[in-house]
Design a protein around this ligand. Structure first.
Ligand code: G6P
Length: 363
């Protein structure tokens, strides 16, 4: 096992560091630069024309990627929702042959997700899985499979698979929107170069991150809160999930605008607030962060250098200036590093957190 980790103390850090390669593999051959279209070879042009709405089903980190994908689709004008797969049997919205149900699962073996996929199939929906494992149950059972090509992930806490899922869902969303409209959307023009430069920019972020120092600075806190808006919201949820999974500390993610509707009661000088800025109504998120700071909470802004939040916050985790469709994914890498270093300082068994399994094959 040690050999598989190479120069790293933990698989998690190795897998965080592998993200530039994983993302380059995810994107490779899937962007047709001449037509500006998303070339997903599994799907003929126009193959999503008959789709009216999309339902994502997933669990855990994959659910956060699914939520990211559903918000991106909504922004592209396509009706989409993300549902927890374990809630699907009691609360699935109706489906028919114009509904595309997308099971997002890195392993392709999560029982809850397979159950939701089977239910959707039985009720007549068209199905697709976005997975990392060729030959997995989800890949065999869904009508179509789209592989994220992230390579093996050993750490129980998903890292590179989340980034690859979110990028593939962004591509897929654009492709579905293109089929429905008959032409690519205007924002594809700025998105494609941003996607292509993502691997090298993540590499740069990993080289210069100060997440370890921030983890050290706030190591004695009582709780850790993560807030974001739009595509920053699933990233806030994922930041908190990663943090609690491997540090065993209390962490929660909120939609930035929800803070004032309840969670603000928890905010004290002992609860650092990590505020994620994705370029979507950042001024509102800044106001929300300032409300927490007024109550004495340290605020750590996750945003580009020179952003107004840098001055307004106590600390800063830097992300590059990029398309707002992708900014949250850079923020997520900073938060992965934060969780990793916080857990390492606490000497937790990072790759195998207590009570958790990489793939949960029981209901
Ligand atoms: C388990 C893992 C999580 C993962 C979830 C869904 O709970 O501990 O890290 O996000 O399963 O797994 P999947 O393979 O469906 O993505």
């Amino acid at each position: 096992e040690q050999a598989g980790k190479g120069e790293y103390d933990h698989f998690m850090l190795k897998e965080i560091t592998e993200q530039p390669t994983a993302l380059a593999q995810a994107i490779e051959g899937r962007i047709d630069a001449t037509s500006g279209r998303i070339g997903l070879s599994a799907f003929e042009p126009g193959s999503f024309e008959a789709i009216d709405s999309v339902q994502f089903v997933a669990c855990g980190t994959s659910y956060h990627a699914a939520l990211y994908g559903s918000l991106a689709l909504n922004q592209a004008g396509v009706q989409a929702t993300a549902l927890l797969a374990n809630e699907y049997s009691v609360a699935a919205p109706p489906v028919d042959e114009t509904t595309l149900v997308i099971a997002v699962t890195q392993s392709g073996e999560t029982a809850d997700t397979l159950n939701a996929l089977r239910q959707a199939t039985a009720e007549g929906a068209r199905t697709l899985t976005v997975t990392n494992v060729v030959g997995s149950t989800a890949a065999r059972e869904a009508d179509d499979a789209l592989f994220i090509r992230a390579g093996p992930e050993i750490g129980v806490a998903a890292t590179k698979t989340f980034s690859s899922q979110a990028v593939i869902l962004t591509l897929l969303g654009q492709r579905i929107a293109t089929d429905l409209r008959g032409e690519p959307s205007a924002d594809l023009e700025s998105l494609l170069p941003a996607l292509e430069s993502m691997p090298s920019r993540i590499h740069e972020l990993l080289e210069h991150s100060n997440a370890e120092a921030i983890a050290e600075q706030y190591r004695d806190s009582q709780s850790y809160f993560f807030i974001g808006r739009g595509l920053g919201y699933p990233v806030a949820l994922e930041g908190a999930l990663k943090f609690k999974e491997i540090t065993y500390e209390h962490a929660e993610g909120f939609a930035a605008g929800e803070l004032k509707h309840g969670p603000l009661a928890l905010v004290t000088p002992e609860t650092p607030v990590f505020a994620i800025f994705t370029g979507q109504e950042d001024e509102k998120t800044l106001k929300n962060a300032e409300e927490a700071r007024t109550r004495g909470a340290p605020v750590i802004a996750v945003c580009p250098d020179g952003h107004p939040a840098v001055e307004a916050a106590d600390e800063h985790l830097a992300i590059p200036e990029t398309d707002s469709d992708l900014a949250g994914l850079f923020a997520n890498v900073q938060l992965q590093l934060l969780s990793y270093h916080a857990a390492d300082l606490l000497d937790r068994p990072i790759d195998k957190p207590r009570n958790l399994a990489k793939s949960v094959t029981v209901e």
